[in-house]
Every structure is written in C-alpha cells, then in structure tokens.
Design a binder for this molecule. Structure first.
Ligand SMILES: C[S@@+](CC[C@H](N)C(=O)[O-])C[C@H]1O[C@@H](n2cnc3c(N)ncnc32)[C@H](O)[C@@H]1O
Length: 229
C-alpha cells in the first residue's frame, strides 16, 4: 500500500523540481527538492522499520528472554511471520505458534499460505504451526505457552473492550510464570491492563529510532510482564 503512495509523491516532486530548475525558478526548485528529500527520508525510515529495524529490535527482545530452546512461544497476529520466524530459530527443540486473521489491509501479501511458505524458506517449518484465529478468542487451552509475543497487532482492534479481551486471552494462554512481550504504538496502556489482570514485573518502555516508521519523533512501546505462579 505504502510503496505506490511514496512512488507517486516522489515522482511528482522530482518532476516539479526538474520543471522549476529548467525554468530557473530557484525558490520553487529548492522547496520541491527539500520536500522530495523529506519524503525520501520518510520512506527510508518506514521501510527500515518494517523490515531490518523490526527484526533487529525483536532479536534483542527475544535474546533478552534467554530462551533454553525447548519453550512454546505464541506470536499473536504473526502476519507473514517476521517475529515468529525469529522466535522459531531460537527454539530448536520447542514450538513456535502463530495466530492471525491475515488481514491484508494491515500487512501486504498477508495470508496463512504466505507465512507457511516463509517458515519453509527459513528452514523452521518443523517447529512452526499456524492458526486462523482472532486475538480475542485464541483456540488454545489455558497455560499452553511459556512466552506470548505480539508486534503491532492489538492496537488494530478498534474498540477498548476488544483490546482488553485480546490482552486477557494473551495472559490466559500463558502458563504461570510465563512471559509476555508486546510492542504497540504509545498511548495504548497495555501495561495497566495486564497489571489489572494480575501480571507482575510489568514494565513499559519506549523503543528506539528503529521503530519510528517514518515519523522522526515516533517510537513504539514495549510492554513486558510475567503471569504470576
Ligand atoms: C501490522 S501487521 C503485523 C504483523 C506481524 N506481527 C509483524 O510484525 O510482522 C498486523 C497483523 O495483525 C493482524 N490482526 C489484526 N487484527 C487481528 C485480530 N483481531 N486477531 C488476530 N490478528 C489480527 C493482521 O492480520 C496483521 O497480520
């Protein structure tokens, strides 16, 4: 979705700059050139955050969990599986489950089949399973997972009660002592809600520039919590 928009805007600005330069309209050329540079920087930041930036940030979050390699990890709203695959690589004797409704407005090319293909391509299909499931109604028994992760999913649920229900489900499927890691935009207050659900060691912190998604001052928030024993 974003690529055609960036492409059209950049081509328009490049054309306008070229036109202004040819006609010696120096001020107009400077303004359109600057606008083009700003749009190009926004596009670069956006694509960095959706690809290498996301993988780098989540590699650190997963490394901080100090996994043994035999855990069961659930990625709620796994999409095409960027975070799910990072988890699966750390689970040679464990399981990585992904649940999603595969909404194509939220992620381009999103589908169960695409994620399955990515697991095969990454050589982790033997330990990955996928469920067609809504975050508000996860098809897993209580206490099924050692770790539940989620990246940029819960904020997509439009109503407060739906977001609360998704967090309730994430906590329900964690085993006692299990750990939760959720990244979402700031202002979503997932930390307060999981604390209400009885989680301990609850923290919320702003991540760094790698999660700017094209907006210089924008940073995603990481919420961490543990389900009580
Ligand atoms: C921005 S994408 C992020 C995908 C993935 N977590 C990642 O970081 O690459 C948001 C994902 O949330 C999923 N999603 C949105 N609402 C959902 C819901 N109610 N239940 C499950 N998945 C949902 C979408 O289908 C999409 O895959």
């Amino acid at each position: 979705m974003a690529a055609p928009v960036f492409g059209v805007v950049l081509s328009g600005l490049a054309g306008a700059t070229w036109w202004a330069v040819r006609r010696r309209r120096h001020l107009a050329a400077s303004l359109t050139g600057l606008a083009g540079a700003a749009v190009a920087a926004t596009a670069a930041s956006y694509y960095y955050s959706t690809g290498p930036g996301k993988r780098a940030v989540w590699s650190e979050i997963l490394d901080d969990l100090d996994l043994r390699g035999d855990e069961r990890v659930l990625d709620v709203g796994c999409g095409r599986g960027a975070v799910l695959m990072l988890a699966a690589h750390r689970l040679p004797r464990g399981r990585a489950a992904g649940a999603d409704i595969w909404n194509r407005h939220d992620q381009s090319g999103n589908s169960h089949a695409a994620t399955e293909r990515n697991a095969i391509a990454e050589g982790v299909a033997d330990r990955v399973s996928l469920a067609d499931a809504d975050a508000r109604d996860l098809p897993f028994p209580d206490g099924s997972f050692d770790v539940v992760v989620s990246n940029l999913v819960i904020h997509n649920i439009s109503d407060d009660e739906g977001r609360r229900q998704a967090l309730r489900e994430a906590v329900r499927v964690l085993r006692p002592g299990g750990r939760l890691r959720i990244v979402d935009p700031p202002g979503t207050h997932h930390d307060q809600i999981v604390a209400e659900f009885g989680c301990t060691d609850v923290t919320a912190r702003s991540l760094d520039w790698r999660t700017a998604y094209g907006i210089p001052t924008h940073r995603m928030t990481l919420v961490t919590a543990t389900k009580p024993e």
